[in-house]
Design a protein. Structure first.
Length: 86
């Protein structure tokens, strides 16, 4: 393997991770927007939150803890606000 192909693989990996992160952000933002409209029944909103976590773990299988630290609190805060839960 020549040094150039090693660099290309690294660049390709970085590009792929950037794409997955961008897609995850889109999914998260769309889900937050849909829930914030307050039109969904609570159960459906909870299903959406669970689906977003599954998508996140598909994109980044070993980053469940990171999702729980960054995104789960956002969803929990929004769910409390919209559905008036404690």
């Amino acid at each position: 393997m020549n040094p150039q192909s090693a660099h290309d693989a690294t660049r390709a990996e970085i590009d792929e991770e950037s794409r997955r992160l961008r897609r995850l952000r889109i999914v998260i933002n769309l889900t937050l927007d849909v829930i914030s409209q307050g039109q969904l029944p609570f159960d459906e909103a909870m299903e959406l939150v669970g689906a977003v976590r599954r998508v996140a773990l598909q994109f980044f299988p070993e980053k469940g803890d990171t999702y729980d630290l960054i995104y789960a609190p956002k969803f929990a805060r929004l769910m409390r606000e919209i559905y008036r839960i404690q």
